[in-house]
Design a protein around this ligand. Structure first.
Ligand code: SAM
Length: 248
């Protein structure tokens, strides 16, 4: 197999956060693959639309958003086979990954299937976690702070436990779990130090103290909530919720 596979992190949404390395690789690959959601859109592709090489072959991978794993796994099986066919024909292939490929990225499913069958390079990208902290201008964590990433679909008891033992948290995959997560954060006494960040880096980005949003807020999938309850006394930045400036 002479073609090379690239797992290409393209950052969290702002095209200026696409690395020079990702741009360089996009200039020479023959095939560009990317996940497409049920709605028919590809966020990863939209981020690098301006950098896509002329005449490249595009390979949309239609990934069903289901709790059950098998439908998506069947899609990854056939996508891996199609990618391997291109690699065998000496075509380099880039798989676009929103944010960083190995931070909760779907690329790992293709990596698992193709590892050992071809040369693979994983290109790190700016993750939404660091972009979110930069956007709200509050450091994620410092010194011996424990930072925990909490996927919102986890059960209540587990989330409450993690909120209790962490100095800083990033709740990701908020979407339809918003109301439940808001309540759990409130119960944990963290409402005054929780900031909501939606569509970070996009023109319709939204940053707000969590306490300023009501229970009925409709959160998109691309939203997160960052809390900080550690030892540091960070200065207030845009979107920074503190007990002082938030009416609870
Ligand atoms: C499956 S994870 C993928 C993370 C991605 N690989 C990364 O490195 O950031 C998707 C979750 O990341 C968060 N996310 C990704 N991009 C975001 C953005 N631009 N703004 C806010 N949250 C984002 C959301 O919580 C979303 O539900």
């Amino acid at each position: 197999v002479t073609g090379k596979l690239f797992g290409l992190g393209v950052g969290p949404g702002d095209p200026e956060l696409v690395t020079l390395k990702a741009q360089r690789i996009l200039q020479f690959v023959k095939v560009v693959a990317y996940p497409v959601t049920d709605s028919g859109t590809s966020f990863a592709r939209s981020i690098v639309a301006a950098y896509l090489p002329h005449g490249c072959t595009e390979m949309p991978i239609f990934v069903p958003m289901r709790v059950a794993r098998s439908p998506a796994y069947a899609v990854y099986d056939s996508a891996a086979a199609a990618i391997l066919a291109h690699l065998r024909a000496s075509h380099d292939v880039a798989v676009l990954c929103e944010g960083d490929p190995f931070f909760y990225g779907s690329f790992m499913h293709l990596y698992t299937r193709l590892h050992g069958h071809c040369a693979i390079e994983v290109v790190a990208g700016v993750s939404s976690l660091t972009a979110g902290a930069a956007a709200i201008q509050r450091p994620l964590a410092a010194r011996n702070d424990i930072l925990t990433v909490i996927p919102a679909p986890l059960p209540d008891a587990k989330i409450s436990k993690l909120l209790a033992v962490s100095d800083a948290t990033a709740v990701i995959k908020v979407g339809r779990h918003f109301t439940r997560i808001r309540r759990l954060i409130e119960n944990a006494g963290l409402m005054g130090v929780a900031t909501y960040a939606e569509r970070v880096g996009l023109p319709n980005q939204r940053l707000q103290p969590l306490a300023s949003l009501d229970d009925h807020h409709v959160a998109p999938y691309f939203s997160m909530i960052l809390t900080y309850d550690g030892a540091e006394d960070w200065p207030a930045g845009p979107g920074f919720a503190t007990l002082a400036d938030t009416a609870e």
